[in-house]
Design a protein around this ligand. Structure first.
Ligand SMILES: Cc1cc2nc3c(=O)[nH]c(=O)nc-3n(C[C@H](O)[C@H](O)[C@H](O)COP(=O)(O)OP(=O)(O)OC[C@H]3O[C@@H](n4cnc5c(N)ncnc54)[C@H](O)[C@@H]3O)c2cc1C
Length: 465
């Protein structure tokens, strides 16, 4: 079959966004995925099911232990885990079905099967019915990533689980060891802790959420610890033995100490690796970078003209909205519009409670780069809306350039941090300053006033601090 302007391999947020945008721009577009359910990791086994479980487990915890604060008493609160999973699956089904409808609506031709490059303009599609080939002027690789396995801790999805296994445990484990204190480990750790597991997070580095500002990471750790999640920092798993009864794990600290732990399940969430095995990259001469990611230029073109790559497959944070932005940029580029992805202002969020959200540079990065900055902080404990909601943990920290007040970074730990960060991203996108936030009227009483107060604090003008 011939005649496509663009063939996309991979229907995750990067691939399907590129498909919609390309179709909107008049390009004849095909989308190939080896899974009959469109939406990729994010919709099937990532962002969406994890957020569904986070919300359900939050409601469970609130009903179990948070109502008395509001003067409400309820009867016995019971967990129906099967029903909770059912709701999560329904959410996934609705959204993935939505992606399929969007493909139809936009006239994107969907092919189910494994895609492989035959040349820079031919893609082989293999499925149960055999093999076929399609041809296009351009090819976009968007095959995402897979969870890293640790040596000595191979996934069996029974005792040693990946994030995918941890999203569908049939019962609440008594003791869950989470290896890796990044966003995925913290979120899934909090889900199972709220549902009744004893959760310990092991992190090799000296802070959880290693990408975050040190103060924000410390506050988040304290908040999670206060809710019962235990942490072992500067530690790594040295050895693990799986038996019928559980898993015995030997932890080694970076200062030479060691410890034995037993648990029922281990969630290994130590990062993800680009997924390009069997894609035919060597065959067509597509180069990888030093980290095994597909190498691309600023237009997201690989080392082969006409072949592009985006999302978890290439450099940058492994985040759905980054993949989407890149997908839209490639489509626009093919239609003759120049769009450059600004990697400096991609927000990152940990959707625990409290949430952690950030954009731009951390204080440590500013110092490392020798950037002179001023900083302002405001604690949610002094915010009227947070008090009214009985949700007062956390703070907002704003970093602005000493020279011209340009916003360098914003770090939020607290309620609705994932929503609040959008204002900071917008200001940074426009090259704005802390004064742009400080001098903007924010509705009262709102959590967003905490961001304004932190911006005012940069100039020592905070009112409620
Ligand atoms: C538990 C978890 C929670 C997460 N939470 C968040 C979050 O809250 N926010 C956020 O921004 N990010 C989150 N992420 C990360 C996010 O899911 C990824 O960054 C995002 O899905 C990457 O999008 P992508 O389009 O690059 O690839 P993917 O979404 O991985 O999609 C790739 C698609 O390609 C298909 N494919 C692979 N190889 C082939 C082939 N040869 N032929 C055909 N099809 C193929 C795959 O089946 C898949 O459908 C989370 C990830 C996990 C695991």
């Amino acid at each position: 079959m011939s005649g496509f302007d663009l063939v996309i391999i991979g229907a995750g947020p990067g691939g399907y966004t590129a498909a919609i945008r390309a179709a909107q721009l008049g390009l004849k577009t095909a989308l190939v995925d080896d899974n009959p359910v469109l939406g990729g990791t994010c919709l099937r086994v990532g962002c969406i099911p994890s957020k569904a479980l986070l919300e359900s487990s939050y409601v469970f915890e609130l009903a179990r232990a948070g109502l008395a604060t509001h003067g409400i008493s309820a009867g016995e609160v019971k967990l129906d885990l099967a029903k909770m999973h059912e709701r999560k699956d329904e959410v996934v089904e609705r959204l993935t079905g939505g992606v399929a409808s969007l493909m139809k609506k936009n006239g994107v031709q969907v092919f189910e099967g494994r895609g492989r490059l035959i040349s820079t303009s031919r893609v082989e599609i293999g499925n149960g019915n055999g093999k076929s080939e399609i041809e296009a002027k351009n090819v976009l690789l968007a095959t995402g990533s897979l969870p890293f396995e640790l040596p000595g801790l191979p996934f069996d999805e029974r005792r040693i689980v990946s994030s995918t296994g941890a999203l569908s445990l049939g019962e609440v484990p008594g003791r869950l060891l989470v290896v890796g204190g990044g966003a995925i480990g913290l979120e899934l750790g909090q889900v199972w802790q709220r549902l009744g597991a004893e959760v310990t997070v092991v992190e090799m580095l000296a802070q959880i959420a290693p990408f975050a500002d040190k103060l924000a990471a410390r506050m988040l750790q304290k908040a999670l610890d206060g809710r019962g999640v235990r942490f072992k920092l500067k530690s790594k798993v040295e050895r693990a033995e799986v038996s019928e009864k559980g898993v015995s794990v030997r932890l080694a600290g970076t200062e030479g100490e060691s410890e034995e732990l037993t648990c029922d399940k281990v969630l290994v969430s130590v990062g993800r690796k680009p997924n390009h095995a069997g894609l035919g990259l060597e065959r067509v001469g597509i180069e990888l970078d030093e980290k095994g990611r597909v190498q691309v230029d600023e237009r997201l073109q690989t080392s082969q003209p006409g072949v592009y790559a985006i999302g978890d497959l290439v450099h940058g944070p492994m985040l759905a909205h980054k993949a989407e932005e890149e997908g839209a940029a490639v489509a626009a580029g093919l239609a003759g519009k120049q769009i450059v992805v600004n990697y400096d202002i991609i927000p990152a969020v940990v959707y625990t409670h409290p949430e952690l959200a950030m954009v731009g540079k951390t204080e440590q990065q500013c110092k490392g780069e020798g950037l002179a900055f001023r900083s302002g902080r405001f604690y949610f404990a002094a915010n009227g809306r947070a008090q009214a909601s009985a949700d007062t943990e956390g703070l907002v920290k704003v970093l602005a350039a000493e020279e011209d007040d340009r916003l360098l970074g914003v770090h939020i730990v607290g309620p609705c941090a994932s929503e609040l960060i959008a204002e900071a991203v917008m200001v940074m996108r426009k090259g704005g300053s802390s004064a742009d936030i400080a001098d903007t009227v924010h509705a009262h009483p709102t959590l967003s006033e905490a961001l304004r107060e932190a911006a005012l604090a940069v100039d020592k003008r905070a009112i409620h601090a």
